[in-house]
Write a protein that binds this ligand. Structure first.
Ligand code: ATP
Ligand code: MG
Ligand code: MG
Ligand code: MG
Length: 578
């Protein structure tokens, strides 16, 4: 493959685009990999498309390598299956919905568990057909509350999603482990410094779930790692150990619940008075934590969510806040939306809570996370009573987000937890039978009785991975692609015109003929200086400069990552690079 800069659809930018805050976004725009086309929607330009395709291909190779079969579901889907699974409303404002000319409701798929379950139900009838895993690499649509940082969080993005179907837990566990191992190989090949962390299962439900986080300060996730064992967890999912007998906090577990109907401000206050306030004496007496009840009302609705949080700090002041918050007349304090833009934006994540100095704990049985505040207030579904507190683990099922660095490791008890930030590039779930139950996917078992398969699902943000790689591989001059994903293997720069240009093109053609991906800077309307700057910005691992020394038969080899420059006979370039 040979690309010529003189004709390439590429315009590099000297200045940082005003709206690009994180390095990967800035550099992918400046170096001409992507171009903003719509809010949360990006066009992949030729160089960007090459990287995206290489990343996709690495993923595809690993997926087919573990026996997954590639399919391609439609992205435009009828509402019905998503109503059946409950996700039509569960996703709330996060999905794009539309109505066709006949008035039938549709959605643009945010993910495809329903379709995978239905396809297997459609085609497979016997236990002999299992196990099976399907995957696709496809555009997904999510009406993100905060599209951010270019392709890092788009409203339209490329995902690899896989769905495994097994007859029992052992099979599911094996499929999960297979994907876990494949993901580790993928992210290693992509050149990512990543950590596999325990994750909260959130809206997906199911049991086990892990995320692959690429460490970078601009990541939206916060995770902890242990200094002495390999424990690592998203702070949303730090599992604390079950309380010791006689732990004064243990009884609070019984107060975690789903509210049966759509709560109103008044009912929440009542609830809070009845439950949180009743338990409050214990809390204050225990001298560990002070509870505050925060009632959040969605604008224009009477329904509300309730968050009980524990605030460290001055007890008296906190108690005053408890009283204030619990008094019906003062709910408005927290209903002052303009003063709490972070709440209406819909992301009440660990960062926000940390910012407010909030130590909290989340019951995974209720919907929390990105859909929590923006999601639909479904009766019984969204009455989120998140009870928070210290050392609060009733039966080992409650996951705590209450963690500081420096806290003892919940796994080994020896080490300390350290905190870092990361980008979620992959997520694997042991889903269980949520979707096969919803669609009554039954097959004939060995004894003639029906068996219901159990599912796993496994996602990788393909377009996000490109940004994550850029985030971890750049310097102040531009991108520094790992060889496995670079748009080209070699960047041949013709520093001058005439013989230098001819020699550069000739070398480029010979390198391409030898099977390399080659970009030749054959422009005649820019200076050599501009070409060198662009080459560093674009970030191809190796450059060959064909310049003045060509007259003596020499070219210069430049290594983008190390900055090393070596002169070599032009005649040896092919052999050196091939
Ligand atoms: P996030 O927590 O960042 O919103 P998610 O947990 O909602 O991600 P999943 O449902 O687990 O995402 O989807 C699988 C993968 O798809 C994620 O691990 C991530 O890499 C990618 N992904 C999710 N949302 C986006 C997005 N808006 N833009 C780009 N990639 C995304
Ligand atoms: Mg999300
Ligand atoms: Mg997530
Ligand atoms: Mg996820």
């Amino acid at each position: 493959m040979l690309l010529r800069m003189s004709t390439l659809l590429l315009r590099t930018l000297r200045e940082d685009p005003a709206d690009a805050e994180v390095p990967s976004h800035r550099l992918l725009l400046r170096a001409g990999y992507v171009r903003r086309a719509a809010p949360g929607g990006y066009t992949w330009l030729p160089l960007g498309k090459l990287v995206l395709d290489r990343v996709s291909e690495i993923i595809r190779t690993e997926m087919t390598g573990i026996g997954d079969q590639e399919v391609h579901f439609p992205a435009l889907l009828p509402a019905e299956p998503y109503r059946t699974s409950g996700r039509w409303t569960e996703y709330g404002d996060d999905i794009f919905t539309l109505t066709d000319r006949k008035g039938a409701e549709h959605l643009l798929a945010p993910t495809h568990e329903e379709m995978a379950a239905l396809l297997v139900k459609d085609l497979f009838t016997s236990y002999r057909d299992f196990p099976v895993t399907l995957f696709q690499i496809q555009t997904k649509f999510r009406d993100e509350a905060r599209p951010r940082a270019g392709v890092l969080r788009g409203r339209e993005f490329l995902m690899k999603d896989a769905y495994s179907f097994d007859l029992d837990e052992t099979g599911l566990r094996a499929a999960y482990d297979r994907h876990r191992a494949a993901y580790a190989r993928i992210f290693t090949t992509l050149g990512l410094d990543f950590t596999t962390v325990h994750a909260a299962s959130g809206a997906m439900g199911g049991s086990g779930s892990e995320e692959f986080l690429a460490a970078t300060p601009v990541g939206e996730d916060t995770f902890v790692g242990c200094t002495s064992c390999d424990y690592a967890a998203n702070t949303e999912a730090v599992t604390t150990r079950a309380p010791a007998a006689g732990d004064p906090h243990a009884h609070r577990a019984t107060e975690v619940h789903d509210t049966p109907e759509t709560p109103t401000i008044a009912s929440l206050v009542e609830l809070a008075n009845a439950r949180a306030l009743a338990g409050r004496t214990d809390w204050t007496a225990a001298d560990t934590l002070k509870n505050v009840v925060l009632t959040v009302r969605r604008p224009g609705t009477e329904s509300a969510e309730l968050l009980v949080i524990g605030l460290p700090g001055d007890r008296d002041a906190d108690l005053k806040r408890v009283e204030a918050a619990l008094h019906p007349a003062t709910v408005a304090v927290f209903d002052d939306w303009p003063a709490h833009p972070e709440l209406v934006r819909g992301y009440l994540g660990p960062q926000l809570l940390a910012k407010h100095g909030v130590r909290y704990l989340v019951d995974p049985r209720v919907v929390v996370g990105t859909s929590w505040l923006t999601g639909a207030n479904e009766p019984g579904r969204h009455a989120t009573d998140v009870v928070c507190g210290r050392d609060f683990t009733p039966d080992g099922t409650i996951e705590a987000a209450e963690v500081r660095p420096g806290d003892p490791c919940p796994a080994c008890g020896d080490g300390e937890l350290t905190m870092r930030r990361g980008i979620e590039v992959g997520h694997i779930f042991q889903l269980g039978r949520r979707f096969t139950d919803a669609f009554a996917v039954d097959v004939l078992g060995p004894q003639g009785k029906p068996v219901r398969p159990t599912m796993g699902c496994y996602g990788i943000g393909v377009s996000r991975a490109v940004a994550a790689i850029a985030e971890q591989h750049h310097d102040d001059r531009g991108l520094v692609w790992p060889a496995a994903v670079a748009p080209c293997d070699v960047h041949v720069v013709a520093a001058g015109k005439g013989p230098q240009l001819d020699a550069a093109l000739d070398l480029g053609e010979r390198l391409a003929a030898a099977g390399l991906r080659v970009l030749v800077d054959d422009r005649t309307n820019v200076s050599a200086g501009v070409k060198f700057t662009d080459a560093e910005l674009i970030g191809i691992p190796r450059a060959v400069v064909v310049g003045r020394r060509l007259a003596d038969g020499y070219v210069e080899l430049r290594d983008r990552a190390t900055g090393e420059r070596t002169e070599l006979p032009a005649a040896d370039a092919l052999e050196q690079l091939g």
